[in-house]
Design a binder for this molecule. Structure first.
Ligand code: DAH
Length: 351
C-alpha cells in the first residue's frame, strides 16, 4: 500500500483512540503514540523521502493536516477530562439545602445600648466617651463626693494603687491633701460629666454609654463589671419637668407605650434635688412587682457647676445614670445578670 493511502486510516484510528482515552494519563500516552517523537505520524513524515517526488507535497500536506486536527482533538479531549477530574466523585444533589455560614449577632447589651442611643439622638443628644481607668478627681471629688463617702471605700472601688505610684505625673486634687493621687476603675459613668463640662462651654446635651466597675460579688443581680448610660443636659432654665419628660419619652421608645415612670426622692452628692427613677409596665407586673428601680437622677448640684467653671447663677441642668443590664433584663425577661457575660451561645442566640 502506498504511503498516501495509509494516512487516512491512521488519522481515523488516532481520533478514535483519543476519544477513547478515559483519563489524563491515558490521553498523554495516546498523544505520544501518535504525534510524539516516536509516534506514528512522526514516522510517516520520516518516510516522505521514500516517495516519488511528485507525491511528496500531497502526502506532506495530508500528514500535516491530520496532525493539526489531532492536536485540536487532543486539546478538546484534555479539557473534557480535566473538567471531569475536577468534578466531585459523588453525584451532587442540587436540591439539598446549602451550607450556611453562621452569622454573628450583636450582644443583647449592645443592642439595648444602641436602642437607647437612638432614642436620645432623636431629641438632640450626642454621645460622649471617657476613660475606664479614672482618677479620684473625676470620679468623686469634682462630683462633690466627700473623701469619707462609703462609695470611695476600698471595699467598693477597685483602686489601681500600683499604677498611681508608678505614674507620679498623674495629678489629682488629692495631692493638695498630701495623699498619693489614686487611679481607679470608674465606678460610674458620671465621671464623664466632669470631663465633658471641663472641655466645652454650656449648653451641653450628651449621653455616655460605658462600662463601670465595682467591688461586688457576682450574684443574680450584681456583677463587678456592668454598664451604664449617663445623661447630662445643661442649658438656661432647665427643670425637673424636662428631666421627667425626657426619661418618659426614652422609655416609651424602648419598652412601648404602657410604660409608667415614678420619681422618688433620694440623695446623690452631685445632684440637688435627687431622685431615683422607678419604672413599671406589664412585664414588671408579670414579675409580681409594682415598680422596679432603674436609675438615679437629679438637677445638677451648683457645686458641680462651680467645680467645672460653669456659672451656677446662669446655668441649670439635669443628669441621670441608668444601668443598661437592668433595662436589658426587663426588656427580655432575663432573671440572672451573669448570663450576659458567660458567652454561652445558647443564651446569646436568642436575641
Ligand atoms: N452615678 C449614679 C450611680 O452609679 C447614678 C446617677 C445618679 C447618675 C444621679 C447621675 C445622677 O448622673 O444625677 O448609681
Amino acid at each position: 500500500m502506498s504511503l498516501l493511502n495509509e494516512i487516512e486510516p491512521l488519522r481515523q484510528n488516532a481520533l478514535i483512540e483519543l476519544q477513547a482515552a478515559s483519563d489524563l494519563a491515558a490521553l498523554d500516552q495516546t498523544k505520544g503514540a501518535w504525534i510524539g517523537p516516536h509516534g506514528k505520524f512522526t514516522a510517516l513524515m520520516k518516510q516522505l523521502g521514500s516517495l516519488a517526488k511528485e507525491e511528496r507535497p500531497t502526502a506532506g500536506k495530508l500528514i500535516n493536516a491530520a496532525k493539526v486536527e489531532l492536536e485540536a482533538a487532543l486539546t478538546a479531549r484534555r479539557e473534557e477530562l480535566e473538567l471531569q477530574a475536577a468534578l466531585p466523585k459523588e453525584p451532587t444533589d442540587f436540591t439539598l439545602p446549602g451550607r450556611r455560614r453562621a452569622l454573628g449577632k450583636l450582644h443583647p447589651l449592645t443592642q439595648v445600648t444602641e436602642d437607647i442611643v437612638r432614642a436620645f439622638r432623636k431629641i438632640g443628644f450626642a454621645v460622649a466617651d471617657g476613660p475606664e481607668i479614672e482618677d479620684e478627681y473625676h470620679c468623686f471629688d469634682a462630683l462633690n463626693t466627700p473623701a469619707d463617702h462609703p462609695a470611695r471605700d476600698t471595699q467598693d472601688t477597685f483602686y489601681l494603687a500600683s499604677i498611681a505610684e508608678a505614674s507620679p505625673s498623674v495629678s489629682s486634687p488629692r495631692e493638695t491633701t498630701g495623699k498619693t493621687p489614686a487611679l481607679l476603675l470608674r465606678t460610674h459613668t458620671s465621671s464623664v460629666q466632669i470631663r465633658v463640662m471641663k472641655s466645652q462651654p454650656p449648653p451641653v446635651r450628651i449621653i455616655v454609654p460605658g462600662r463601670v466597675y465595682r467591688r461586688d460579688n457576682a450574684d443574680a443581680t450584681h456583677n463587678p463589671t456592668f454598664h451604664q448610660i449617663e445623661g447630662l443636659y445643661v442649658d438656661k432654665g432647665v427643670t425637673v419637668g424636662d428631666l421627667k419628660g425626657t426619661v418618659e419619652f426614652v422609655f416609651r421608645e424602648l419598652m412601648g407605650g404602657d410604660v409608667k415612670i415614678r420619681f422618688r426622692p433620694h440623695y446623690f452628692s452631685y445632684t440637688e434635688p435627687s431622685y431615683e427613677i422607678d419604672f413599671t409596665n406589664a412585664l414588671v407586673k408579670k414579675m409580681g412587682k409594682d415598680w422596679l428601680e432603674i436609675a438615679g437622677c437629679g438637677m445638677v448640684n451648683p457645686i458641680v457647676f462651680e467645680n467645672v467653671g460653669y456659672d451656677p447663677e446662669i446655668w441649670t441642668g439635669w443628669a441621670f445614670g441608668f444601668g443598661i443590664e437592668r433595662i436589658a433584663m426587663l426588656r427580655y425577661g432575663i432573671n440572672d445578670i451573669r448570663l450576659f457575660y458567660e458567652n454561652d451561645l445558647r443564651f446569646l442566640r436568642q436575641f
